[in-house]
Design a protein around this ligand. Sequence first.
Ligand code: ZN
Length: 206
Amino acid sequence: MSGQVDIERIYKEAGALLEGHFLLSSGKHSPNYLQSAKVLEDPKLAQTLAQLLAAQIQEAGIEVDTVCSPAIGGLLAGYELARALGKRFIFTERKDGRMALRRGFQVAPGERVLICEDIITTGGSAMEAAQQIQERGGQIVAFAALANRGLCPRVNGSLHESPQCRLPQDIPLFALADFTFPIYDPATCPLCQTGSKPIKPGSRGN
Ligand code: ZN
């Protein structure tokens, strides 16, 4: 069970690949939305996906001491990935809108940390988590996500320059699937032009 097609099928079967007309947090519109929490509803599936991701990281020879996820989105994927790698897991969270490392979590100077998200969109939250690690002397060795939303395009596994992507190109990004969904400016969105109104995912029980 690996490869793009299977992952897409798994997302579809879990109801995690939504089709319709969505308002993204960036303000843009899209006919597709990934709701990874739906895939992670099934702990066995979550474990299997994390094992596939862990295998990619191990095959690339990336040495990891600790997996760190930005809460809430990254928690389940990161915890399962840490389990699959047999490593420690910590998380950052927003406090008054700013990303912070709390709850007594420590990072040692030189500690090799992998930042794990459920989905990488622009990599904004992942970078905020990475900054918390780096401020404490930790070293970011990789980023990982179950799915790459497509704004951080990868070519042969390496990040390709993109104006929307905030991840650095000199640190690897691992993902089980690279999706490329259409993204529209509201002014020129063809779905809006049919009279449809975009839905903010999560606001109507999805
Ligand atoms: Zn629209």
